[in-house]
Design a protein. Structure first.
Length: 144
């Protein structure tokens, strides 16, 4: 019951107060989220995206999804951010965060995506490139 309640309240806070775009696991839901993000970019808004699409259970970098590459196709720069300390601050299995933990954000140089042709393999290669840069920022190996 707690998960259902928190999911509802957390989702409401994230979307209404923080401006997050929920990404469904369905193809239709992913396309809707991508359209919302593209509309924001067309209006010169800045957006943040987590290329992995979810939080890790063990602190290791997960395989990047292609959404970051699809957004980069618009010509906007992708600025890699490496975030450390969040796993210790609020592990997935904990109900509440452990305050007094340090979270550090490292900012990389912009990456532009230029491709003469685009297919799934090229989208994955760019997304992996972004994750390798993030891995370097936080001294973690990206194994994909």
């Amino acid at each position: 019951m707690r998960n259902g309640w928190w999911k509802f309240v957390g989702s409401y806070i994230a979307t209404k107060w923080l401006g997050c775009i929920p990404v469904s696991k369905t193809k239709r839901g992913r396309k809707k989220a991508l359209r919302q993000a593209l509309n924001l970019l067309k209006n010169d808004e800045v957006i943040g995206i987590f290329p992995e699409g979810t939080r890790t259970f063990n602190g290791k970098l997960l395989r990047a999804r292609t959404g970051v590459a699809k957004l980069a196709l618009t010509g906007v720069p992708i600025i890699p951010l490496g975030i450390t300390g969040t796993f210790k601050l609020w592990p997935r299995q904990q109900k509440f965060p452990k305050f007094k933990k340090v979270v550090e954000i490292k900012i990389g140089k912009p990456i532009y995506f230029k491709a003469k042709r685009v297919n799934k393999k090229i989208l994955h290669e760019f997304a992996d490139q972004v994750m390798r840069k993030i891995g370097k920022l936080i001294n973690k190996k990206y194994s994909w």
